[in-house]
Ligand binder design. Structure first.
Ligand SMILES: Cc1cc2nc3c(=O)[nH]c(=O)nc-3n(C[C@H](O)[C@H](O)[C@H](O)COP(=O)(O)O)c2cc1C
Length: 205
C-alpha cells in the first residue's frame, strides 16, 4: 500500500512515522528553567550529528518545558535510558506543569554534572553534558543541537576500553507505547570494497 501523508488526519501521520522510524534511542533530557526548577523528559527524536567535535540533537515536537528551558539557559544533559530505568523514564513523560520537578515525581536522585548546571540522573549509566549550539525549526519539530562538553560513562560500562552495549542495555522506543531493550547483540564487521571484489573474482568450486 502507498500512502500520501498529506491525506492522513489527526494523529495518523505521527503514528505512521513513529512506527516505521524504529527503534529510536531515547534522550532523557534534564534541564533547568530560568528560575532554577529542574526538568526531566524523554525525547526519542534523538541522534548523533557530529563526532568532531561531538554534537548531538533532540527534537521537541511543539513547544514544551525542555525546549523553553534550553532556550532560556542554553544547557542540558542527555541521560541514556537503560532497562532498569524505564518505569521512571515513563513517569517523567507525563504532562507535568512547568513548576513540577520530574526528578521528585519519579523518585530519582540527581547528581551534579561536571560542566553544566543541569544535574544528571544519578542512576543513568551514561550522559552527555551539552551547551546549546542552535535550534532549527522544521514543521512542528524544533531540533535542538547540543555541543557535548563532557561525557559521563559509568566505570562498570567499560570492558576492554570500550563501552559495553551488553552492560548499557539501552532501551529504545518503537511505535505507540512499545519499547525494545537491547539484549541480543551480534557483530558483523564492515567489508572493504577490495574484499568484496576479491570475493567476486575468486573462482567458484
Ligand atoms: C519514550 C518517549 C519518547 C518521547 N519522545 C519525544 C520526542 O522526541 N519529542 C517530544 O517533543 N516529545 C517526546 N515525548 C513526549 C514528552 O516526553 C512529553 O511531552 C513530556 O511531557 C515533555 O516534557 P517537558 O514539557 O518537560 O519538556 C516522548 C515520550 C516518551 C515516553
Amino acid at each position: 500500500v502507498h500512502v500520501d501523508p498529506a491525506t492522513l488526519e489527526g494523529r495518523l501521520p505521527y503514528r505512521l512515522l513513529t512506527s516505521l522510524v524504529v527503534p529510536r534511542p531515547i534522550a532523557w533530557v534534564s534541564s533547568l528553567s530560568a528560575d532554577g526548577t529542574r526538568n526531566l523528559a524523554p525525547h526519542s527524536y534523538f541522534n548523533a550529528i557530529s563526532s568532531s567535535p561531538l554534537i548531538v540533537h533532540f527534537t521537541s515536537t511543539g513547544v514544551k518545558d525542555s525546549l523553553r528551558n534550553v532556550r532560556a539557559t542554553e544547557e542540558f544533559v542527555i541521560n541514556i535510558v537503560s532497562g532498569d530505568l524505564v518505569r521512571e523514564m515513563n513517569i517523567t513523560s507525563a504532562d507535568f506543569p512547568p513548576e513540577e520537578d520530574e526528578f521528585t515525581w519519579a523518585g530519582l536522585e540527581a547528581t551534579p554534572s561536571e560542566k553544566v548546571a543541569p544535574e544528571r540522573v544519578a542512576r543513568a549509566k551514561a550522559a552527555f553534558e551539552c551547551r546549546l549550539n542552535r535550534i532549527v525549526s522544521l514543521g512542528n519539530g524544533h531540533m535542538v543541537f547540543g555541543d557535548v562538553v563532557s561525557v559521563y560513562v559509568d566505570d562498570d560500562l567499560v570492558v576492554d576500553g570500550k563501552v559495553s552495549a551488553e552492560r548499557l542495555r539501552p532501551v529504545a522506543r518503537l511505535g505507540g507505547a512499545e519499547y525494545v531493550e537491547v539484549k541480543e547483540i551480534f557483530e558483523i564487521p564492515r567489508p572493504t570494497w577490495a574484499e568484496l571484489r576479491a570475493e567476486r573474482e575468486r573462482p567458484q568450486d
